[in-house]
Design a protein around this ligand. Structure first.
Ligand SMILES: [Zn+2]
Length: 175
C-alpha cells in the first residue's frame, strides 16, 4: 500500500495482528504499519496520510543510517589498499613539496578526513578505506600542504591546487 507525501509515493507494508493500537515504524528503509485486526483500511489510510510528513522524514533518516552502516563496513582488504595509497602519496608529495611528516597514522578520526599536528604528525581517517583513490590522494596532499602552511589561507589552497588542479572535483568524491 502507499501513502502520499508532497507528490511522493511511499510504499508501506501493513501487518494486522491482535493489538490495540496502530503502530508505524521503519526498518531497513521500509515502512511497516501494524494495525489491530478490526481497524478499517480507510481509517489506516487517513491516519497515515495525516502522518505522512513524519513518515517521510523518518524514512529519510533511516535510509541515511542504513547507508552509513554499509559504508562503515570496512574490510581488511580496504585497509590494506588505503595503507598502500597513503604510503605512495606521502612518498610522492614528500619529494615534490620537500617536506615529510614525522609520523603518519591511519586511525578512526571522528570529525575530519585527516589532520596534521604542529609536531608534523599526520593522521588519516580510516573511513577513507572505502573511498575513491583520488579522494584519498587529495586528503594526503591536503595534510602534506599543512606541513608548509598550518592554516587554510589562500597560499595553502594555491599550493593544493598547484599540485592537484582538479582537487575540487576529487574532494566531492568524499561526500
Ligand atoms: Zn586542512
Amino acid at each position: 500500500m502507499i501513502v502520499q507525501y508532497e507528490g511522493r509515493s511511499i510504499p508501506y507494508t501493513l501487518q494486522r495482528s491482535k493489538i490495540k493500537n496502530l503502530y508505524i515504524y521503519i526498518k531497513n528503509g521500509e515502512v511497516i504499519v501494524k494495525a489491530p485486526l478490526r481497524l478499517s483500511d480507510k481509517y489506516i489510510e487517513e491516519f497515515l496520510n495525516k502522518k505522512s510528513k513524519w513518515i517521510y522524514e523518518k524514512l529519510e533518516e533511516n535510509k541515511t543510517k542504513v547507508k552509513k552502516e554499509k559504508e562503515e563496513k570496512i574490510t581488511q582488504e580496504d585497509v590494506k589498499r588505503l595503507q598502500k595509497i597513503v604510503k605512495e602519496n606521502i612518498y610522492k608529495y614528500s619529494k615534490i613539496l620537500g617536506r615529510s611528516p614525522k609520523k603518519v597514522r591511519i586511525r578512526d578520526l571522528k570529525y575530519a578526513w585527516g589532520s596534521c599536528s604542529s609536531n608534523q604528525n599526520i593522521s588519516i581517517n580510516l573511513k577513507l578505506a572505502t573511498k575513491d583513490e583520488r579522494a584519498i590522494e587529495y586528503v594526503v596532499l591536503h595534510e602534506m600542504c599543512h606541513l608548509i602552511h598550518m592554516n587554510h589561507s589562500k597560499n595553502f589552497w594555491n599550493l593544493v591546487e598547484k599540485n592537484m588542479p582538479k582537487y575540487k572535483e576529487y574532494k566531492k568524491l568524499l561526500a
